[in-house]
Design a protein around this ligand. Sequence first.
Ligand code: ZN
Ligand code: CU
Length: 496
Amino acid sequence: MREPAACDIVIRNATVVDGTGASRRRGDVAISGDRIADVGDLSRLSGAREIDAGGQVLAPGFIDTHTHDDRFVLSDPDMAPKVSQGVTTVVTGNCGISLAPLRPKGALPPPLDLLGDETGYRFDSFARYLDALEAHPAAVNVVALVGHTTLRVGAMGALDREARDSEIKTMRDAIGEALVAGAAGMSTGLFYDPANAASTDEVIALAEVLAPADAIYATHMRDEAERIVEALDETLHIGRAAGVRVLVSHHKIQGEKNFGRTKETLARIDAARAGQGVAVDVYPYAAASTVLNPVSVSRSSSTVITWSKARPDAAGRTLADIAAEMGSDEAQAMERLQPAGAIYFAMDEDDVQRVLRHPGTMIGSDGLPHDEWPHPRLWGTFARVLGHYCRDLGLFSLEEAVHRMTGLAASEFALEKRGRIEAGFHGDLVLFDAETVRDEATFESPKRAARGIEIVIVNGVPVWERGRSTGERPGRVLRRRAGSNAAERPRRGGGS
Ligand code: ZN
Ligand code: CU
């Protein structure tokens, strides 16, 4: 006999992959309110809603550890590109770019325009940004980083030099404010012009503010090509000097002559892990995407324009094509397209797979939701890992793939009671067909939802079902509390 509607939702006959890396097991999962109430054989229980999984895989909702969704969660709260792949939590504020705290006085320097134009930058404190998001929630949960480049633009008159003591003080205060508000850490984008003149000492002085809160330092490193080892050593040094855990964002190596060097970088990361926390994330593609810039163009075999303010019709076409049409060289064409963004075919598939396979690597889409012709990683990342890399190429087991997208990421960002299927944990779940799940977004047709994702649930509420958004927006701002969850964090940033 079943008790009448003891739970809100019961999902039956699921293949439960619980996010810890443990082997799958057949079972039922019950949800009450925003939490997982029970897991196992729940034939005695009944739900107000009953879902028969038919043996499909039920996993914790995916955590997208690297996003530029700061503005998107406010402008497009259904978050279709993300929930359609099973993502239930996004980490914003990466690559030094966060929407807050900044009210720009003049033109927005690239790459801050990856979040759209200056009208989105309307929060003069981090607390106001998080409060706005809480007042207008998205379908997904948000973990927010504060961006170094955003802070520099707010604190400094000129960006082509190191910060002065007074400016460092201003930025340190802003980081402190962000942490009190609930920021999960700070990111840098030292590769980019507005942050490139920052010295290692400037970053250390700022990262020190993170240490007492055990908040993370995420970085788009100064160099991901010829000088990658120097850039990685700088990152590791900043972590040790400031006493913080570091996250190497979208780890990759660009430029043909550097292909294969992820062997060196991963060995260095492994060696460093003996003495400090080092996390890594990656997106599963051999092409990069960011603002249109000559350095990235020079390292690429081909460049595709993703947006151009001067020439909107250029989106989706190659730079070579546009230059030919203009009767100019690529450098001149690049000038005429600005401000603009691009996709760069600049990586080697072997490096991508080596980073993906490496124990402890998390998955971050780095999707650019405001681009006219976005890199397919925006819509495809998580399904591509599950379908192409896990099932078709066998880079890792399904349990391992899910762990990297869930339990491991929740540990690195110290998210309380998320990233696992276990009684008492939040009801962030994705039901998918492991046989058919695959990314449909391509470089030719980038805005296509993944296949095989059946139901996505956030805090107990379905947000994606039957191939579309439900319109519900149960996402929360996951504010970091100093020292929270420290016991559950892996000491060396590694997974299983
Ligand atoms: Zn980046
Ligand atoms: Cu990024």
